[in-house]
Design a protein around this ligand. Structure first.
Ligand SMILES: [Zn+2]
Length: 299
């Protein structure tokens, strides 16, 4: 017992973050919450008589603050189940904190092998090293599963080629709430991870499948960005569809990547959609690579 306590204390210290992280807790109704820090993928939470179900875990130093925020609304219960919406570091690196406290980690079946594989793990950007042990999902989903939890029917949908190859989005049916994972960057150009099986048309199709399920009053927790609605999904679909078509027309006319860039095909989208990670140029780069299969060189 003593050594266990010592290990637990050491683990706590190792995870102790240096700085306070502010977690904004948005109560959406029916025991569903969004935990928003602006530092990683937005977290979803279902709290009720069956326990605590968390969607995504952000980064290791942030996990203790997410835990504190969820305990404030769950009556100090530990998280029982975690779903990772996909493999990126800003959605999975808090896993160990919750697994060490009893949570079962779930993800699409492609996520666990990808996190173990050093090549794939290095391509996830915010996931610098292969992961092991408590970081890894132990329930491997194929999509189409339904959870019955806290009075909710919770449907899990897999999108095979959207943001990555292993995206799952979540619909709380009775509460009428969707957690999109990274299938919605609300009001921003989206990151589409072509190295991990993402495609532009698959990303558009994924957003359309959420629109098909959503109604005008559906509350949408975006992977990144503020609380959103069906209209935000539709706006992103329209922008991506039009943007890809413009770049495809330039490619079909025989233009090089440099010529496509110079033509500024997304100029009128820049003010609304450009942001520091996916700039307008990066979005054109993504469209060009998605259409041609070639990794564009700058000149
Ligand atoms: Zn992501």
């Amino acid at each position: 017992m003593f050594s266990f306590a010592l290990v637990a204390a050491a683990t706590t210290l190792a995870h102790q973050p240096a700085q306070e992280v502010f977690v904004e807790t948005e109560e959406l109704g029916d025991g569903v919450y969004a935990l928003i820090t602006g530092r990683g993928g937005n977290v979803g939470l279902s709290v009720g008589e069956d326990g605590v179900f968390m969607i995504d875990t952000q980064f290791a130093p942030i996990a203790p603050f997410l835990d504190r925020a969820q305990r404030a609304v769950s009556g100090d219960q530990p998280v029982q189940m975690v779903l990772n919406t996909h493999l990126h570091g800003d959605h999975v690196l808090g896993n160990a904190w919750f697994a060490e406290r009893g949570a079962v980690i779930m993800a699409h079946e492609s996520v666990r092998p990808a996190l173990i594989n050093p090549v794939t793990a290095n391509l996830t950007g915010a996931t610098p090293d292969p992961l092991s042990g408590d970081f890894l999902p132990i329930v491997n989903l194929s999509g189409g599963e339904t959870l019955t939890l806290n009075g909710q029917t919770i449907r899990l949908y897999h999108e095979p080629d959207a943001h990555t190859a292993g995206d799952i989005w979540v619909h709380f049916v009775e509460a009428d709430i969707i957690h999109t994972g990274d299938l919605l960057f609300s009001g921003w150009f989206p990151y589409i991870d072509l190295d991990n099986g993402g495609t532009v048309n698959g990303f558009i199709a994924a957003m359309q499948s959420m629109v098909d399920v959503a109604g005008p009053d559906t509350q949408v927790i975006a992977g990144h960005g503020p609380m959103s609605t069906e209209a935000d999904l539709e706006a992103s679909i329209a922008m991506l569809t039009e943007g890809r078509a413009r770049v495809a027309a330039l490619v079909e006319a025989g233009h090089s990547y440099g010529e496509v860039l110079a033509a500024e095909p997304l100029a009128d989208f820049h003010e609304d959609w450009n942001w520091r990670f996916i700039t307008t140029e990066r979005m054109i780069w993504t469209f060009y690579r998605d259409i041609t299969g070639d990794i564009p060189q700058e000149n």
